[in-house]
Design a protein around this ligand. Structure first.
Ligand SMILES: Cc1ncc(C[n+]2csc(CCOP(=O)(O)OP(=O)(O)O)c2C)c(N)n1
Length: 328
């Protein structure tokens, strides 16, 4: 427990640790990518760490999450094994999807990450069905569906939400609004730029919050999870955040024409990890202690990468296993 105390301080340190783990793991992916050892396309969540950390920390171990191709952050924050994540990116047999899913299809069912999908909005109906299953099974689990602002452009978002509201399912919809669907700004796609308002006509209650403040995310998600567990109606939490890297790939693209001219400066100003480090220092945590946390995480990342490097590729006999129904 932190000397300066209280549950809040411990929670802040836990949020900091999770966010830094995501950042340092993804920075290592950026460093490795030019070697071509990672053949899978990568969608980085650097800049968006507060959403994954705050949401997942508010969930219980048995709660389920469903994510998108930008899934490293939620995999790590829900407690997925880092070695198996890197092994998946390397296409290795020990990968969390047997080396066949790659970065876009992470899963860690033992810790409640049911899956991630490259199909925009593709898992929103699956998450909704999972919440229906929880109800039918008499389970106390809450389901969380993560998606980007681009997913609300899809009809299946509205169909799913309508069903969840109608049945009062135990699900929290989490929209990570980073302002863009690839190169297309929200303002160019919607007259109503407050996306949580789009499904209000169906009865979905929502709110928009600062998604760069992990404490805000944790607090608001904790309330939503508690309500869902009590049987309250589903909600949509829209977290405003920013993607620092290009849509897909290891580079940054703040200089590109589609970007708002202030994106780069705003990213630096709103860095969720720097903000949390400053808060922890104000609470009395020394710079040395923060550096020790970072050093420990770097060692975890080193171990995870070494595991991926040393692991074998899947054997040729299993080339088609798990891909087609007839091969099972
Ligand atoms: C059904 C479907 N339509 C289109 C695409 C192509 N596509 C890939 S990513 C993307 C943008 C999604 O943006 P958003 O939901 O905001 O998520 P972000 O990439 O910002 O995390 C699109 C349109 C797709 N993968 N699936």
């Amino acid at each position: 427990m932190l000397k300066t105390a209280g549950k809040g301080a411990d929670e802040d340190l836990a949020l900091y640790r999770l966010m830094l783990k995501i950042r340092l793991a993804e920075e290592r992916i950026v460093a490795i990518y030019p070697t071509d050892k990672i053949q899978s396309p990568i969608h980085l969540s650097i800049g968006q760490e507060a959403v994954a950390a705050g949401v997942c920390m508010a969930l219980a171990a048995g709660d389920h999450i469903h994510g998108t191709y930008r899934g490293h952050g939620i995999y790590i924050a829900k407690g997925g094994d880092l070695g198996r994540m890197f092994a998946e990116l390397y296409g290795k047999d020990a990968g969390c999807a047997g080396g066949k899913g790659g970065s876009m299809h992470l899963a860690a069912q033992s810790v409640g990450l049911v899956g991630c999908s490259a199909i925009v909005a593709g898992l929103i109906p699956v998450a909704t069905g999972d919440a229906l299953a929880a109800r039918m099974q008499g389970s106390s689990r809450v389901v969380c569906s993560f998606f980007g602002d681009g997913a609300v452009d899809e009809g299946v978002f509205f169909e799913s939400v309508n069903f969840a509201v109608l049945k009062g399912l135990p699900i929290v919809y989490v929209c990570e609004n980073n302002g863009y669907a690839i190169h297309s700004r929200v303002a160019d796609r919607h007259k109503q730029d407050k996306l949580f308002r789009l499904a209000e006509g169906l009865g979905l209650r929502g709110r928009r919050y600062d998604g760069n403040d992990a404490r805000t995310v944790f607090k608001t998600m904790s309330r939503a999870v508690a309500a869902a567990r009590r049987g309250a109606a589903p909600v949509l939490l829209e977290y405003m955040t920013s993607r620092w890297h290009e849509h897909v790939g290891p580079g940054t693209d703040f200089q590109e024409a589609y970007r708002h001219p202030k994106d780069r400066a705003n990213a630096a100003k709103n860095d969720p990890i720097r903000k949390m480090a400053a808060r922890l220092k104000r609470r009395g945590l020394s710079a040395g202690r923060l550096e020790a946390v970072a050093a420990e995480i770097r060692r975890d990342v080193d171990r995870a990468v070494a595991f991926a490097e040393e692991s074998p590729f899947p054997p040729i006999e299993r080339l088609h296993a798990d891909l087609y129904a007839e091969s099972r």
